[in-house]
Ligand binder design. Structure first.
Ligand code: HEM
Length: 257
């Protein structure tokens, strides 16, 4: 194959209407020129990060819309938008697998070229980290305080699988998917640069585990624990095993008859 000719077309595409609408010329010029790539993996490394930034842009924009929909009491629209966000989150986590096709040695060569850049400087990630408290405030105002309800009421005492409940579950899904991304990213980091290594900024990568323990909507996690504790006091912490009960039922004189 004519490598040079193909690389030229991948960098400066022929601009038909499709390419004009999507700004393909600018999009495909956003990666290092082929001749400057330090190895065959650097293009993948750049593209995966760039695509992740685009997904985070769409996620943040969708969360802005979801927040406004919740504020207006439009639960169905908010749910559709939050579902879009969940799909993006799963895509973002799945895409990390691509990077695992890069050898640890190839990454060391790439790492020399990153300056002080680290994922913690990701513009999309930084915006996303700021959004959950606003989403919670909007949800609380409209669906809890505004309706004279508590989280416990929505989940237990007044539980009827209503809008307040499904929205809360959509928020906790966001939280859970975020943590899944962070956990998978930690596994990727371990696989690329080892366990307990130091980040480009000189921090222990073990600090990432603190982030992975963080929860955006603590009230929604807490209510489950409260329910387990309280219901547990009714059904007991240590109970007879089901097999003992079953054996008792099968014992002579204890038939179904
Ligand atoms: C070879 C692959 C990768 C390695 C070795 C790596 C390494 C790291 C390290 C060491 C940190 C901690 C930075 C610090 O303490 O200053 C970090 C943070 C981060 N990285 Fe990566 N990363 C990789 C791939 C990716 C990819 C593909 C993404 C996609 C978006 C990403 C996004 C992030 C984000 C968002 C953070 C901040 C995480 C948080 O605060 O919980 N990284 N990465």
């Amino acid at each position: 194959m004519d490598r040079k000719a193909i690389e030229a077309r991948l960098t400066c595409p022929e601009q038909l209407d499709y390419g004009i609408y999507l700004n393909c010329d600018r999009l495909l010029a956003c990666q290092k020129p082929f001749e400057d790539l330090v190895n065959g993996d650097e293009l993948q490394f750049m593209i995966v990060h760039q695509v992740e930034e685009l997904w985070m842009k769409l996620m943040a924009a969708s969360l802005l819309d979801a927040d406004e929909a919740m504020a207006a009491g439009d639960a169905l629209l908010a749910l559709t938008l939050l579902r879009r966000v969940h799909v993006i989150q799963r895509l973002m986590t799945a895409q990390l697998d691509l990077i695992e096709t890069m050898s640890p040695k190839a990454y060391q060569q790439i790492r020399l070229n990153l300056g002080n850049g680290s994922g913690q400087e990701s513009p999309g990630f930084r915006v996303l980290l700021e959004m959950p408290p606003h989403l919670w405030a909007t949800y609380k105002k409209r669906y809890l305080d505004g309706a004279g309800r508590s989280v416990r009421d929505v989940y237990d005492t007044g539980y009827n699988h209503d809008e307040a409940y499904v929205l809360a579950e959509a928020l906790i899904e966001f939280d859970e998917q975020f943590q899944k991304f962070r956990s998978s990213h930690i596994l990727l980091v371990n696989r690329s640069i080892g366990l307990g290594s130091v980040s480009i900024k000189g921090r222990s990568v073990d600090l990432l585990t603190a982030g992975a323990r963080h929860r955006f909507f603590p009230d929604l996690w807490q209510v489950r624990g409260e329910m387990t504790d309280e219901w547990g006091s009714e059904y007991g912490r240590k109970r007879d095993s089901l097999s003992d009960l079953e054996a008792g039922r099968r014992a002579p004189g204890h038939g179904h008859g």
